[in-house]
Design a binder for this molecule. Structure first.
Ligand code: GRF
Length: 201
């Protein structure tokens, strides 16, 4: 399966996918074919360049409207003929136009056990709420914010001394493994989505 990955930051989830493809070869079932971002100068893009992959940047401020940005992003992704689009730390919400073109094939990873703590500050929100267990979720993207059908989740304990960075790092260790496992299974085994249920044979 051809995978396009969208990033906005350090790209360690992207790196985990790149490493899985390199280590497991064709047996993994997926290959990252391009990496896109909503901003330049980030480590995620440098990781893609180091892997010899094409990259693209779609900046919201370079478009008159959000709809035009959304269309430009979809066009840039479509150029690489993806079977799967993976949002891994991509900090923008894709619009109805983007989803219409890639419906049911856009996967996101989120550093909390959805539906708890959606949005851009999930780790801080979980910490502030005082949860003893949090985790990460890989889900299909729908028109909402972190609200699409859940594919897989893993729990991560919160330690007393945790600050946001420490907890996020502990989550990311688990999240990267979960994302690699899910992308490989979706690519190798196929899947179906019925309402909010995801079935992987
Ligand atoms: C991940 O925890 C992702 O779930 C969240 O931001 C982090 C991105 O990390 N949205 P990286 O860019 O993959 O290192």
């Amino acid at each position: 399966a051809r995978v396009v990955v969208l990033v906005s930051g350090s790209g360690t989830n992207l790196q985990a996918l790149l490493d899985a493809v390199a280590e497991r070869g064709p047996g993994y079932g997926a290959a990252v074919v391009a990496v896109g971002a909503d901003r330049g100068g980030i480590e995620g893009l440098r990781r893609a360049e180091r892997a010899g992959l094409p990259t693209f940047v779609c900046r919201l401020k370079e478009h008159a409207t959000r709809e035009e940005w959304d269309r430009a992003l979809a066009d840039a992704v479509a150029e690489h003929r993806p079977d799967l689009v993976v949002s891994a730390g991509f900090m923008k919400i894709v619009g109805a136009g983007f989803l219409a073109r890639f419906a049911g094939r856009v996967v996101n990873t989120h550093p909390a056990l959805l539906p708890s703590f959606p949005g851009a500050h999930a780790v801080r929100d979980a910490l502030d709420h005082g949860v003893r267990v949090t985790g990460c979720t890989v889900h299909f993207v729908d028109a909402g914010v972190d609200s699409g059908p859940i594919i897989a989740q893993r729990a991560v304990p919160v330690e007393d001394a945790d600050d946001e960075a420490a907890l996020h790092e502990r989550i990311k260790d688990v999240e990267r493994e979960l994302l690699v496992e899910v992308v490989g299974r979706l690519a190798r085994d196929g899947y179906s989505i019925e309402g909010r249920k995801v079935f992987i044979p």
